[in-house]
Design a protein around this ligand. Structure first.
Ligand code: SF4
Length: 426
C-alpha cells in the first residue's frame, strides 16, 4: 500500500461547474484516489469560473489560498479561467498545474499522487456539498455561440455541443436507481441541446421515462422556450413547474446593447405562453443593472418590466466588465455608486415579486424534497429544509423526515432569509 494522499475538489461559479466537479470527484474515486478536505489535501483541484472580472478575482484568491495551506498541496487548476488565461494562472506559483480539460483532470491527479489503497474511504467536498444527493445536476450541454456583448463564455467554452441522449438517460437511470429524487438538466445554454437530432423536448421526454421522481431545467433562454418544449413539460408529471428564464434587462435599448436576441415584448409573450401551458409555474430570472450606457430611464423601464412580470425569484447582478468582451470596451461605463443604487432598487422589486408569489402559494399544499436536517436545539423538534417543485425553500418540523424524502407540505408563510415556513401533512 502506498502513502496516503488526499485530494480536495473546490468549485467556483455556475451549476455546470458544480456538475463537472461532481464528475471529476467521481473519476478520482474510480481511479482509487482518496479525496479529502482542503486543509489535509496533498492535491487541491480548483474548478474555476471567469464569467466576470469578479469571478477571476475569486478564482485567483482560491488558488493563492490553496497554495498557502500548511500541507503545501499541488494545485491543479481547471475550468474557464484555466482555459482563458493559462499563463496567468501558471504564474501564480510553482506548485500550480493548469489543466483546462476537465475530463483530463483525474488522470493528471493520478499522475501526481501515489495511488492509495483502493479501500481507502472516499469523501469529497464536491460530493459532500450535495449533502444527501437528494438533487443532482446532470450536465447535458456545454458551450454557447450567442455572443452576448458582456459574456466571455462563448470565448471560454467554445461552440455548443451536447452529451448524447443515451448517455444522459443512462446517468439519470443510475441516479434514480440510487434513490436520487430530483435531477436538474444543466448546461451553459441547454436550449441549444441537439444530439444527433434529439433536441431538448425529446431529451426531457427520454429522461422522464427513467421514472426519476422530479426533473428540472437549470435555465433556459427565452428564445428556446418552444411550443414543443412546453407541450412536453405540461404533459410530464415529473417536470417541476419552475423555469429559470434569464431576462438580463427589461429595457429594449439595453437588451439591444447587450446583443440579447429578443426584446421585452417578446419576453412577455414567452412568459404568457409559459403560464398558459404550466399553470402555477414559478418563474425565476437574472437581471443585470448598470450595463454600459444604461440611462436612468432605461433602468426605470427595466425595473418596471421586472415588476410587471412578477418573478418568484430574481437574481440581480451589477454589471462587471469582462476583459475581451465588446461591452468592456465601451467608454460609457456606469459608475460603481450608480450600479449599487440600481442594484438595491432592483433587489427591492425582486423581493416584492417573490413576496407576491409566496402570498399566492400560502395555504396551498406542495411537495417538498427534504435536503437537510437543520442543526438546532437538541431538545426541540428537528427541523428539515428542502425545496418544492416551484423552487420555494421550505422549513418544517419533523421527527422522522430524512434527506431525500418527498413529502406533502402545507405552505404557511415566510420565515426568514427567503425561506418559507411549512407544515408537513401526514
Ligand atoms: S446566451 Fe449569452 S449570456 Fe448566456 S452563455 Fe451564451 S453568450 Fe453568455
Amino acid at each position: 500500500m502506498g502513502e496516503w494522499f488526499g485530494v480536495a475538489v473546490r468549485t467556483l461559479g455556475c451549476k455546470v461547474n458544480q456538475a463537472e466537479s461532481d464528475a471529476i470527484a467521481t473519476a478520482l474515486a474510480a481511479s482509487g484516489a482518496a479525496v479529502a478536505v482542503e486543509d489535509d489535501a496533498h492535491v487541491v483541484v480548483i474548478n474555476t469560473c471567469t464569467v466576470t472580472g469578479e469571478a477571476d478575482r475569486k478564482a485567483r484568491k482560491a488558488i493563492r489560498h490553496a497554495l498557502g495551506l500548511p500541507s503545501a498541496p499541488t494545485v491543479v487548476v481547471t475550468g474557464c479561467l484555466a482555459a482563458m488565461d493559462p499563463d496567468g494562472v501558471a504564474s501564480l506559483g510553482d506548485r500550480v498545474i493548469v489543466e483546462p480539460a476537465k475530463d483530463r483532470v483525474a488522470a493528471r491527479v493520478a499522475a501526481i499522487v501515489c495511488k492509495p489503497d483502493a479501500h481507502q474511504p472516499v469523501v469529497t467536498r464536491a460530493v459532500a456539498r450535495g449533502g444527501s444527493r437528494a438533487r443532482v445536476q446532470v450536465k447535458v450541454q456545454d458551450g454557447c455561440d450567442t455572443f452576448c456583448s458582456y459574456c466571455i463564455v462563448p470565448y471560454a467554452r467554445g461552440a455548443p455541443r451536447s452529451v448524447p441522449a443515451a448517455e444522459v438517460v443512462g446517468r439519470v437511470r443510475e441516479l434514480a436507481d440510487a434513490g436520487v429524487a430530483e435531477v436538474v438538466l444543466t448546461g451553459i445554454n441547454i436550449g441549444r441541446y441537439d444530439a444527433d437530432g434529439v433536441t431538448l423536448p425529446g431529451l426531457v421526454a427520454a429522461v422522464a421515462a427513467t421514472g426519476v421522481p422530479r426533473l428540472r431545467l437549470s435555465s433556459i433562454e427565452p428564445g428556446d422556450v418552444s411550443e414543443e418544449l412546453l407541450a412536453v413539460a405540461g404533459s410530464t408529471p415529473s417536470f417541476c413547474r419552475h423555469l429559470h428564464v434569464p431576462l438580463q434587462s427589461g429595457s429594449d435599448t439595453t437588451l439591444a446593447a447587450m446583443a440579447r436576441p429578443y426584446d421585452a415584448g417578446t419576453y412577455a409573450e414567452v412568459v404568457a405562453r409559459v403560464r398558459d401551458a404550466l399553470p402555477g409555474v414559478a418563474l425565476s430570472s437574472d437581471v443585470i443593472v448598470g450595463f454600459p450606457g444604461e440611462s436612468p430611464s432605461d433602468d426605470e423601464t427595466s425595473r418596471a418590466f421586472v415588476d410587471s412580470v412578477g418573478f418568484a425569484r430574481l437574481h440581480v447582478f451589477r454589471y462587471s466588465a469582462r476583459t475581451g468582451t465588446p461591452a468592456a470596451e465601451r467608454a460609457d461605463q456606469v459608475p460603481a455608486s450608480v450600479k449599487a443604487e440600481r442594484a438595491q432598487a432592483m433587489r427591492a422589486t425582486g423581493t416584492a415579486g417573490a413576496a407576491r408569489f409566496l402570498a399566492s402559494a400560502v395555504g396551498s399544499c406542495a411537495e417538498m424534497l427534504v435536503e437537510r436536517v437543520v442543526p438546532g436545539e437538541r431538545s426541540a423538534t428537528p427541523v428539515v429544509e428542502g425545496t418544492t417543485r416551484e423552487y420555494l425553500r421550505v422549513r418544517a418540523a419533523s421527527e422522522s423526515a430524512r434527506p431525500g424524502d418527498l413529502l406533502p407540505v402545507a405552505i404557511e408563510g415566510p420565515a426568514s432569509d427567503g425561506v418559507v415556513r411549512g407544515r408537513l401533512v401526514v
